[in-house]
Write a protein that binds this ligand. Structure first.
Ligand SMILES: Nc1nc2c(c(=O)[nH]1)N[C@H]1C(S)=C(S)[C@@H](COP(=O)(O)O)O[C@H]1N2
Ligand SMILES: [Mo]
Length: 351
């Protein structure tokens, strides 16, 4: 009897655990894909709550594990369980540190957002380890999984998670922790209206090129023209926030030329089958922008009235309002109008 109850409790807490981890992982990835603070906010709350909700499972899980210790050795928790627990703890602690503002403190020492990098690194390892772990122990769904008790339990878990998240946010406000000033996407402000104070960041393995492009190769509809970089500033301007997935953001007045103007001025009206514009850097880093955004996306040469520095993308970089920093291709030397869709690319660059 007790054994059966224990099994059921174990199964339920495992499912709850998996559920929270899936929500945390899903919102983690989604949060990096979303660039606007409003949508980012919803995702960030779900992400934080799912992570903190794990704490609610600790007492439960402890009982299950403690009882399981009395079982014969062969039936005990495998060592994988300890690794997984360790990784979850690292994710949770680094996530909370970032949310509280440890990132802001470390940023002033020149290593921005260390806590967030630890968080993402541990999460990627955890995701891989979890897939390997769960694969071996596939659970057949049971009727009780959709029963009233399960739904009530899931609801209570979700509610409790949001309560803990709200409490932590309240704590940052009360204590004046830097975390209270984060934007909707969870980023900290760094260098607004002062591009020189803005961090220089690369996505993965890309590095600042030694020499800047002197012209931009423009192609579409079977034609190719070379546009000298001095012709790229057409006075089109936009105020937009660069929001890096590394955890910082900055508002700037950007100036240059919209992709739409650039393309139509030099290549004439867009072909009917045109679908997206691919923008590529001298280093080979590229993103495809949907054609509908061509009038609001800038190939910028200036920030805050000054020419871009090398680190920030000179001679020209993309400014994609509403998109995360990873779309803002620096050191652009190629712009191509393509007749294939914008989503025909990895969700995040591989470079
Ligand atoms: N060519 C190139 N462009 C790039 C990147 C990169 O690695 N290579 N990183 C992107 C990322 S992740 C961000 S947040 C911004 C950072 O811009 P900044 O260095 O001017 O602050 O550039 C984007 N453009
Ligand atoms: Mo970034």
């Amino acid at each position: 009897m007790a054994q059966r109850g224990l099994q059921r409790a174990g199964r339920r807490s495992n499912l709850a655990l998996l559920g929270l981890l899936l929500v945390a992982a899903g919102t983690g990835v989604l949060g990096y894909a979303v660039g606007t603070p409003t949508a980012g906010r919803v995702i960030a709350v779900a992400h934080g709550a799912a992570g903190l909700g794990l704490l609610l499972l600790v007492p439960w899980k402890t009982v299950v594990v403690r009882r399981a210790r009395r079982r014969p050795l062969a039936l005990r928790a495998p060592s994988a369980a300890y690794w997984l627990t360790g990784l979850v703890v690292v994710c949770l602690v680094s996530g909370v540190l970032h949310a509280a503002g440890a990132a802001g403190i470390w940023a002033s020492s020149g290593t921005p957002i260390a806590a967030l990098q630890v968080h993402v690194g541990a999460a990627i390892v955890l995701a891989a380890a979890l897939v390997a772990h769960v694969r071996g122990r596939h659970q057949r769904p049971r009727k009780v999984d959709l029963g009233r008790r399960t739904l009530l339990g899931a609801g209570a878990l979700a509610g409790g998670s949001v309560v803990i998240w709200t409490a932590t946010e309240g704590l940052w406000r009360l204590t004046g922790a830097p975390g209270a000033t984060r934007s909707g996407t969870g980023s900290y402000e760094r260098g607004t209206d002062d591009p020189a104070a803005m961090p220089v960041t690369q996505w993965a393995t890309d590095t600042v090129p030694e020499s800047a492009a002197e012209q931009v190769q423009l192609s579409g509809g079977g034609r190719t023209v070379a546009v000298p970089v001095d012709d790229l500033d057409r006075g089109d301007s936009v105020r937009a926030a660069l929001d890096c997935t590394g955890g910082w953001w900055a508002d700037q007045d950007w100036r240059g030329t919209t992709l739409h103007r650039l393309v139509t001025d030099h290549l004439g009206p867009l072909a009917e089958d045109a679908q997206c514009i691919r923008v590529t850097s001298v280093t080979g880093f590229s993103r495809r922008i949907p054609l509908r955004d061509a009038r609001t996306t800038l190939l910028a040469t200036h920030a805050a009235g000054r020419p871009l520095s090398t680190g920030h993308g000179a001679p020209a970089r993309l400014v994609a309002p509403g998109r995360r920093g990873v779309w803002w291709v620096k050191w652009v030397d190629r712009v191509e109008v393509l007749d294939s869709p914008w989503w025909l690319q990895p969700p995040f660059p591989l470079q």
